[in-house]
Design a protein around this ligand. Structure first.
Ligand code: FAD
Length: 511
């Protein structure tokens, strides 16, 4: 029962639970959202016939379409024409094959926290919504778990916790398990076990031509999937290692300083936490530069978290050096691993996990130590740029993440496509502002300037190490995947073999 171009939906509702009335399948009603390119040329009726009864096709104008196309950051967001909500893994492969055959752009949506500005190049086509692929199956021998391609971090942590288990996952409760992992993946347990993707044992992945393959360490794709995976396929499920919960209890001290203490604070962090790369695997240190008018009405403050595993109070040998600097406030807390996200402001209910409709670009850079001279220069630009009454960037956060890294560095530097194993700190200004085209360029310049100042303190010249999952989008493949020619060649070879048409190139494209 097809018409030209887009099909009517009559006769296919048995196969697909359509979330809008039949009439909204017509091209005219698809164009009701003026910022979207209508799905002309996408034969929805034909696509629907390939899908399972648990799949849905959503169109602009429906509540679900609006909900499932929302982004965490609205700077250069993708604007798909229709959404396929995958009900089973095969729905992904059928949709990708359909898009391959008819040369239609596709993009997997998972936690929707990806921020690359290149995502905006997806201005037409099919979004493949993964969160309904949400199965979690712990193996009988309790050493691994098979996780659906759309499982969210918090769901996985909670499910494993109930079983007395843990996995290396992202720390933030609102992102997907796989989105971070495919770019390497940082999390609280990486100091013991390595990156999220270092734990993988096998995965089901849909290739650009729609083939659904199970791969493991024997596949040539395996290396690339763990660091540059967004480029090579859509992972519909993954089997990953799990561990006994050795230390359920964790403690934190949140220590807040005024900006004039910057040098003293980060010199202490270098000496007493980082310790020239010998930081304990039980210790993590994060800090945010952000406004808190109750503490300093004119400037941002430095919010320092010292987090320790396996204790109820953070060992004073890590915190006393900071107390001695004269903080504005000290807040100790204790609990379990599951409290960490709330303590550090990234629980599902925390502001960073909400879709406020703001623009949230980051400008990431990996470091090996805190260079306080470079940081002071960055502060001197950042503080006035985000402070003051009615400042449009007042919600911004300059993030400095010093996770325990021993487990990451213990693996061979060439072992996966994640290139920056030896780096110790992940920093990034996150400039938050309401969408306003007139501000975009100034924000990009500010973010790049701040990053350049920090870069000057690395001694790496112009060699930028940028976490692909925090990237602004213009850094380029060497900054995301490493400068060694062999890395770039290996990635290009994989891309050519597995995605020659560049179907998976809206996020951190290899070439
Ligand atoms: C609030 C917040 C917290 C964060 N916390 C962490 C963290 O704890 N650890 C960390 O390392 N990073 C973290 N990040 C960065 C994070 O890795 C990236 O934002 C990542 O893109 C999020 O993935 P997503 O699934 O949420 O987003 P999405 O925008 O849905 O996906 C991002 C990209 O990955 C692709 N993708 C997603 N799932 C799949 C899949 N199954 N197969 C193939 N491609 C897929 C999408 O197509 C898209 O291109 C955080 C970011 C934010 C904003």
């Amino acid at each position: 029962m097809q018409t030209h171009g887009v099909a009517t939906c009559v006769g296919i509702a048995w196969a697909v639970l359509l979330a809008v009335p039949i009439v909204s399948c017509s091209p005219a009603s698809l164009s009701d959202n003026s910022t979207r390119t209508p799905a002309k040329g996408i034969d929805v009726g034909k696509l629907a016939r390939f899908l399972s009864p648990t799949a849905k096709i959503l169109f602009p104008g429906s509540t679900d379409f609006t909900a499932y196309t929302a982004r965490w950051s609205n700077l250069e967001p993708p604007t798909p024409s229709i959404v396929v909500v995958a009900g089973i893994e095969k729905d992904v492969s059928k949709t990708v094959k359909f898009a391959f055959d008819y040369n239609i752009p596709i993009l997997a949506y998972n936690g929707h926290h990806g921020t690359h500005t290149t995502l905006g190049k997806m201005d037409y086509g099919i979004e493949i919504y993964l969160p309904q692929l949400n199965t979690i199956t712990i193996a009988k021998d309790m050493t691994s778990v098979t996780v659906g391609g759309g499982v969210n971090v918090k769901t996985l942590i909670d499910t494993l916790w109930e079983a007395g288990k843990q996995a290396v996952t992202g720390w933030c409760e609102c992102v997907s398990f796989l989105g971070p992992a495919l770019g390497g993946g940082h999390g609280w347990l990486q100091g013991h076990h390595g990156l999220i993707s270092d734990q993988f044992l096998s995965m089901n992945v849909v290739l650009a031509n729609g083939d659904l393959k199970t791969i493991d360490a024997h596949s040539d794709m395996w290396w690339g999937m763990r660091g540059a995976g967004h480029n090579l396929g859509i992972v519909t499920s993954v089997t990953t290692k799990i561990y006994d919960i050795v230390s359920p209890n964790w403690a934190i001290e949140t220590i807040i300083f005024s900006g004039d203490k910057l040098k003293a604070v980060y010199e202490a962090a270098n000496k007493d936490l980082l310790q020239n790369g010998t930081q304990s695997s039980d210790i993590h240190n994060w800090s945010y530069w952000q406004n808190d008018a109750s503490l300093d009405p004119n400037n941002p403050v430095i919010i320092m978290f010292v987090v320790q595993e396996g204790v109820d109070v953070v060992d004073p040998r890590y915190t006393t050096p900071f107390h001695d600097i004269g903080p504005l406030m000290i807040t100790p807390q204790s609990g379990t691993y599951k409290d960490l996200a709330a303590w550090t402001g990234i629980a599902k209910e925390s502001p960073p996990c909400q879709d406020f409709g703001l623009n949230n670009p980051r400008f990431p850079i990996y470091l090996n130590e805190y260079n306080t001279t470079a940081m002071q220069k960055a502060w001197d630009i950042y503080a006035p740029a985000i402070s003051g009454e009615n400042n449009p960037y007042s919600l911004s956060i300059f993030m400095w993440e010093d996770y325990a890294t021993a487990g990451v560095r213990a693996r061979g530097v060439k072992s996966t496509a994640f290139a920056f194993r030896q780096d110790l700190i992940l920093a990034a200004p996150l400039i938050i502002y309401a969408p306003n085209k007139a501000r975009d360029l100034a924000v990009e310049q500010l973010g790049n300037k701040l990053r350049e100042l920090v870069q000057e303190g690395t001694g790496r010249g112009s060699e930028l190490h940028a976490y692909v999952n925090y990237a602004y989008g213009t850094e380029g493949p060497e900054a995301w995947y490493g400068y060694e020619p062999w890395r770039q060649n290996r990635l290009r070879t994989l891309k050519k073999k597995y995605d020659p048409k560049g179907k998976f190139s809206f996020y951190g494209p290899i070439a």
